[in-house]
Design a protein around this ligand. Structure first.
Ligand SMILES: *[C@@H]1O[C@H](CO)[C@@H](O)[C@H](O)[C@H]1NC(C)=O
Ligand SMILES: *[C@@H]1O[C@H](CO)[C@@H](O)[C@H](O)[C@H]1NC(C)=O
Length: 532
């Protein structure tokens, strides 16, 4: 990948003469999480570099100005952009690590209600956004994050522009209906269940109920409030929320089947997993690289992601990990948000912030201890580094399961982990055989006809070229459920079958009665004859 920039430039130059170059694109990504922002921002930048005029509304601001890319940074935000949580807060919000608990998965969607309300309220009442809407502008295409609410989608209707979605994780269950995407719960797990694609009877039962409940909850309990905010903001003439959502042209998904398992895709759903790692890794900062270089037996990189503060790590667990590290030859690089760590051993280096992707791709990094966020998981798979995954919430359990099934890592239950379990998990992934499997997964992940970024840009331009490309939409979109499930057809067939059955029985009965009566008549006749 790294030796191809000249080739990529040639490709870009060659494809630059088409009609869809120089589009005016509006990107909207109001979420605070860095794991949502990074891939979205990568796509925005990719489009700008391709020569499109991109406007990007988000709580974040760029490190340095980027040509063709105007940031509209949100002023009013409930949480500061990129705010992190402690382990305790995670436990409180997500009900602990009780992923085996049916109700937890079922109700996992409850947290979206308040979160989406805050996001919508902050976004739509923001002075920046209000001023933005008042400006008379034109956009050729609106690109938005597809996650826990629809309240900013009417911007697409406002500019009469095709609506394209990007999602940083697997799509939420209700997006399947919007795109007519087959999602048979027999083998496609709901992203919050943490199930693998091969489910037992009890898992399938849960999966089916949870999936339906999440759709119902979103549409009937959560979104009406957010839609009221949207109506206040966009005016009473705003089209119905279902019409806007079902009108979307394209959904770009930050996954790949080599990692999360194969599933059928309609043309409007396109996998672009790894979009934020399309560009090769950059050199690692000097002080960190020196330390990595000097570790004879390689380095273990340890980070619980951008949402969880490393230093709120439970004390007893920290001691367990340090003890396990002490038994290994490898050095450890730990993302730790404090200046110091009490009695930190010499084989551990702590850093508040580290360029994770660049570090993971360093040849001397041999293992990764992670929480299973899709971004970090993707980076590890791209670089071919085996992972010890300790999933905490959301889609992390699903990602962890999939990674383990693909040979890219092992799952470790964080709450139950003791020194022996941590040591064994690390020993397993540090084994050269395991490393080989992780490298094979990496090769499968990277082997594509086009890079994820080129794929995303191609389909966005395609949608613009074909004015929304609604010819890609299957007839399943907006189809009543009874038709989609063929309930009417089965009902009809059942009625036909039963009718035939009843008629058959009736005719047979009639026939027998006739025969019987004939017999009895002839019987009587004979009796009469005998008497006479
Ligand atoms: C539906 O999409 C088309 C183009 O993709 C757009 O022109 C139209 O305004 C959209 N309608 C609604 C209701 O969003
Ligand atoms: C680390 O090692 C690589 C490869 O040997 C070398 O190119 C790089 O300069 C080294 N970096 C540091 C900071 O020592």
């Amino acid at each position: 990948m790294r030796c191809l920039p000249v080739f990529v430039l040639l490709c870009i130059a060659a494809s630059h003469v088409d009609l869809s170059s120089g589009l005016k694109i509006l990107g909207i990504m109001p979420l605070h999480g860095r794991s949502h922002y990074y891939p979205f921002a990568a796509l925005m930048q990719g489009l700008a570099e391709k020569g499109h005029q991109v406007t990007f509304i988000t709580p974040f601001s760029p490190a340095a100005p980027i040509k063709n890319l105007d940031y509209v940074t949100l002023d009013k935000t409930g949480l500061p952009a990129g705010e992190m949580l402690s382990f305790d807060e995670i436990s409180k919000i997500f009900g602990g690590n009780s992923v085996t608990d049916f109700s937890f998965k079922m109700l996992g969607v409850f947290i979206f209600k308040n979160a989406s309300k805050t996001t919508c309220d902050d976004f739509l009442s923001s002075d920046v956004v209000q001023a933005f809407k008042k400006r008379k502008q034109h956009f050729d295409l609106v690109l938005t994050e597809a996650f826990h609410t629809d309240c900013w989608f009417p911007f697409a209707a406002e500019y009469q522009a095709p609506l394209v979605h990007f999602t940083a994780s697997l799509p939420m269950p209700w997006y399947n209906d919007r795109f007519g995407q087959p999602s048979n719960p027999a083998y496609i797990p709901n992203m919050l269940t943490g199930f693998s694609m091969k489910m037992s009877f009890y898992e399938r039962l849960q999966n089916m109920i949870i999936d339906q409940f999440h759709k119902f909850y979103f549409d009937y309990i959560q979104e009406p409030t957010n839609d009221e905010y949207a109506s206040n903001f966009f005016g009473a003439n705003k089209p119905d929320r279902h019409d806007i959502a079902n009108n979307a042209s394209l959904l770009l998904i930050n996954t790949h089947y080599s990692l999360l398992g194969p599933r059928p895709f309609v043309p409007g759903l396109v996998e672009v997993g790894g979009i934020h790692v399309t560009k090769g890794p950059k050199p690692v900062p000097q002080n960190i690289e020196k330390w990595i270089n000097e570790s004879k037996d390689g380095v273990i990189y340890f980070s619980m992601g951008s949402m969880i503060k490393g230093h709120t790590f439970p004390e007893e667990k920290r001691k367990i990990f340090l003890k396990a590290f002490g038994r290994l030859k490898q050095r450890v690089l730990w993302k730790w948000e404090n200046e110091t760590m009490p009695d930190k051993p010499d084989n551990v280096m702590i850093q508040k912030w580290m360029p994770q992707y660049d570090i993971l791709c360093h040849p001397n990094v041999k293992a990764f201890i992670a929480h299973g966020g899709l971004l970090g998981t993707t980076e590890a798979v791209h670089c071919g580094v085996p992972v010890v995954v300790m999933p905490q919430f959301g889609d992390q359990h699903t990602n962890a399961r999939a990674l383990e099934a693909g040979g890219g890592g092992v799952v470790l239950n964080f709450r139950e982990a003791d020194e022996e379990m941590v040591y064994n998990a690390l020993k397993t992934v540090l084994d050269p055989e395991f490393n080989k499997k992780a490298k094979e997964l990496s090769a499968r992940f990277r082997d594509r006809p086009m890079s994820p970024m080129d794929t995303a840009i191609y389909w966005i331009e395609y949608v613009a070229r074909h004015k929304g490309a609604h010819h890609m939409r299957t007839a399943a979109v907006g189809m009543p459920l009874y038709q989609y499930l063929l309930l009417d057809v089965f009902g009809f067939l059942a009625v036909c079958t039963l009718s035939i059955l009843f008629i058959g029985i009736y005719v047979t009965k009639l026939f027998f009665r006739l025969v019987m009566s004939m017999f009895s008549k002839s019987d009587k006749k004979q009796k009469k004859l005998k008497k006479n």
